[in-house]
Design a protein around this ligand. Structure first.
Ligand code: HEM
Length: 426
């Protein structure tokens, strides 16, 4: 194998890793028409965190899970989730009253709000009911990040467990018990007639699949738990980052904050968005701001695949069992694609959509591409637009002098020391 120009070879421990930034190759890998490029199998802590859920499974199992998730997060069903989103954001803004005229940190605030949104809208629960689950998922995620580059000796590693490995087993069990409790509660509510059927949210969808009389179609309770883990985690981690970076950029670029507020006030006239008014779809300036934020601070900075068998891509011959890394952040800041001002916050570049903003759309991958692209894209966009619309109608904000710029890569890219703003009530 030989790597040239925009692609290069690196090593991840003893595994060769091809780093690809050439747009045509990115397209081929992520569209995966040949079926060669598969998701890396999660091991150890990641396996405990996401199980064999939608984000990690392959083949028939993935196809089945994906169909279900596509249906649950389809536009019509998303409309039904808007009231739950509004409740969560209203609760957040209620907490913000105590910070009026003062400094506040928004990253932790968004973490609670987005956790509440996914709990309410997809699982009929709330952040406070599911607080233990989030706490334990965060613990597992921190262990996964902390141990990502630690090398374990094959035999000794199996015999002697590290303290993190012992702890992670306990945490995984606690998460499992919490989900079992959530599932039982839902089933009992149905039996007692408190709710009609199993519900129309994602948990309801999953539980109906678990009751299918057809053995081939039925999913096991372990599958239900893995999907719950995946969506609880994927549902808040990345959206929190996007909201925090958006607020940071709007606090710095107050001209764009004013433009976004003007648009929001024109569309919503000081009221909260509703599922019926279609206002969210009319937010042009805000979409430009969010697209530019995702370009500069993509929550997922790199996409990984494994090469399952020997293959050829472009001029390159790849052996089986190597890794492919697509560094989205590199493509997002490439001056050849975006122009010499690639490093600047200029939402205007998205005025006519992504195709006009970039010389090659394959260089813009905040939600991935192809069959494994983000299934929560529309959910996340509605949630972020709705949250920013409600914030901007009530508050103006500037960056606090205490803010320290320090983006770090954990599961997603996040501000290491949070985002401190000064909140001004309007
Ligand atoms: C700003 C918010 C978000 C960003 C930037 C984001 C980004 C991504 C990216 C880049 C991928 C593709 C990963 C790959 O190809 O390996 C992905 C997949 C996925 N995302 Fe998101 N995501 C966001 C929000 C969400 C939300 C809110 C949910 C759930 C409600 C979600 C659920 C998933 C799932 C389940 C997958 C795996 C899909 C599959 O493999 O078929 N994401 N996301």
């Amino acid at each position: 194998m030989c790597a040239t120009g925009r692609n290069c070879l690196s090593w991840h421990g003893s595994t060769a890793q091809l780093i690809v930034t050439e747009p045509d190759l990115i397209k081929e890998i992520l569209n995966n028409k040949s079926g060669v490029y598969i998701k890396p199998k999660p091991v150890s802590f990641m396996k405990k965190l996401l199980g064999n859920g939608l984000a990690t499974s392959e083949g028939k199992k993935w196809a089945k899970q994906r169909k279900l998730a596509n249906h649950a997060f389809h536009a019509e069903n998303l409309k039904n989730m808007v009231p739950a989103m509004l409740t969560s954001v209203e609760m957040m803004l209620e907490r913000w009253r105590q910070f009026e005229g003062k400094e506040m940190e928004v990253f932790e605030e968004f973490k609670v709000a987005t956790s509440d949104v996914i709990s309410r809208s997809a699982f009929g629960s709330s952040y406070f009911e599911g607080a233990k689950i989030f706490e334990n998922l965060n613990k597992l995620a921190a262990m996964a990040v902390g141990n990502a580059n630690k090398i374990r000796l094959p035999v000794i590693g199996k015999l002697l467990k590290t303290s993190d490995e012992i702890e992670s087993e306990k945490v995984e069990n606690r998460i499992r018990e919490s989900f079992i409790h959530m599932i039982r509660t839902r089933q009992e509510k149905m039996k007692n007639g408190e709710i009609d059927g199993l519900g129309c949210d994602y948990l309801g969808f999953l539980l109906r699949e678990n009751q299918d009389v057809d053995d081939n179609k039925r999913i096991s309770i372990e599958d239900v738990i893995d999907e719950c883990k995946t969506f609880f985690f994927a549902g808040y981690e990345t959206t929190t980052s996007l909201l925090a970076w958006s607020v940071l950029l709007l606090a710095i670029h107050t001209d764009w904050q004013d433009r976004a507020r003007k648009e929001v006030l024109e569309i919503f006239e000081g009221k909260s968005p509703t599922p019926e008014d279609n206002g969210i779809a009319k937010l042009k300036t805000m979409t430009m701001i969010i697209n530019e934020t995702l370009r500069l601070y993509p929550p997922i900075v790199a996409i990984y695949r494994n090469v399952s068998r020997e293959t050829k891509i472009g001029d390159l011959f790849l052996p089986g069992n190597i890794e492919v890394l697509i560094p989205c952040l590199v493509s997002h800041s490439d001056p050849e694609v975006w122009g010499v001002d690639a490093h600047l916050f200029k939402p205007d570049r998205f005025a006519e959509g992504v195709t006009k903003a970039a010389k090659n759309t394959m260089a813009y991958l905040p939600f991935g591409l192809g069959p494994r692209a983000c299934v929560g894209l529309n959910f996340a966009m509605i949630e972020v637009k709705l949250s920013l619309s409600m914030i901007l109608q009530r508050y103006a904000f500037t960056l606090s002098p205490t803010y320290v710029h320090s983006p770090v890569q954990r599961m997603s890219t996040r501000p290491h020391h949070g985002v401190q703003i000064i909140l001004h009530a309007l």
